[in-house]
Write a protein that binds this ligand. Structure first.
Ligand code: UDP
Ligand code: MG
Length: 309
């Protein structure tokens, strides 16, 4: 059986379409399936829509978080609840085309344990967005050791990979980078990013930046090494400048005024503060990990075999 995990945050209008299209595609391909919707603390009628779909169709199951815990948490909760031999993760807004699921399933049947949906194009994005995403993907790609430029959360995973992901004790997970990290046999399947079926994207500039920072910090400690490199560079600069000043003084030449000194101090102060901020960020993440809080809290569920709550 294939479990399709669908995180949904304020998607009341998108849920019925997602159920209809996905069910149709999978029935036609004669793939046994279940759809697991995870309502990520929506403030609209998303949960009602999921419950209605679950009542009408026994293949639809649902979880609802007590509040918004983020897409990463929703994906993990869905994987935890999944009973399939393989699990696909798909957006609710049909930007990840369900028509690709049968193809992913066939690849899994051929023995691939991770089928990565990769974007053929990135849809409509502004120039700045493109640049920021480029830098982010390069950094992340280096940390993970695979090309992340076309990577997405649209994936199909074998049960073994799902168990591996669920066994990770850390709180700050980054799904997109973790699937390649597990090292299971993986392949790619291209898809075109469609326009959103309905509603609008939940990402603001700030939330995207936060997501990017969390993605990098959750995958690598390499940015902390920037501090070391910066420190070495500043130290070398100071040594060179000191030597030059000493030479000037020994030759009896006038030592340049204090402007250079102020600039140097500013540069040094800037580097130090940047470094401290970076250390602080990672320290904050360590703090979040040692607190060991649950990644999400489920308030309600439906179609899970037990009494509806
Ligand atoms: N999503 C979620 N929790 C959030 C934000 C988004 O579960 O806090 C879900 C959302 O419902 C959708 C998927 O994550 O199914 C992708 O979100 P969105 O379409 O807003 O992102 P975009 O496609 O613009 O990257
Ligand atoms: Mg979307």
């Amino acid at each position: 059986m294939l479990s399709v995990v669908i995180p949904a945050y304020n998607e009341e209008t998108a849920v019925p379409a997602a159920v209809r299209e996905t069910a149709e595609v999978l029935q036609q391909a004669q793939i046994p399936y279940e759809l697991i919707f995870v309502d990520d603390g929506s403030s609209d009628g998303t949960w009602q829509a999921i419950r209605a779909a679950s009542r009408a169709d026994a293949c639809v199951r649902g979880l609802s978080f007590s509040r918004n815990f983020g897409k990463e948490a929703a994906i993990l909760a869905g994987l935890e609840a999944a009973r399939g031999d393989c699990c696909a993760v798909m957006d609710c807004d049909l930007q990840h085309p369900p028509e690709k699921l049968p193809e992913m399933y066939r690849l899994w049947q051929e023995g691939w344990e991770v089928v990565n949906g990769v974007k053929t194009d990135r849809g409509r994005e502004s120039g700045f967005h493109r640049l920021a995403v480029g830098i982010f993907n390069r950094l992340l790609g280096r940390a993970v050791g695979t090309d992340m430029s076309r990577a997405s959360d649209f994936k199909l995973l074998d049960r073994r990979v799902v168990q591996a992901l669920l066994s990770l004790p850390e709180r700050g997970t980054f799904f997109r980078a973790l699937a390649p990290w597990t090292g299971f046999r993986e392949t790619e399947l291209e898809f075109r990013v469609e326009e959103r079926s309905t509603g609008e994207s939940h990402w603001s500039f700030v939330s995207l930046m936060r997501y990017a920072a969390a993605g990098i910090a959750g995958s690598t400690a390499a940015p902390l090494q920037i501090v070391t490199v910066l420190g070495c560079a500043v130290l070398l600069l100071a040594l060179g400048l000191g030597a030059a000043t000493l030479a000037d003084a020994l030759r009896g030449r006038a030592v340049p005024g204090d402007r250079g000194l102020i600039l140097l101090l500013l540069a040094l102060g800037g580097c130090l503060m940047l470094s401290l901020g970076l250390l602080g960020y990672y320290l904050g993440r360590v703090f979040a990990e040692v607190r060991q809080r649950p990644r999400y809290l489920v308030a309600r569920s439906c179609g899970m075999g037990e009494e509806e709550t």
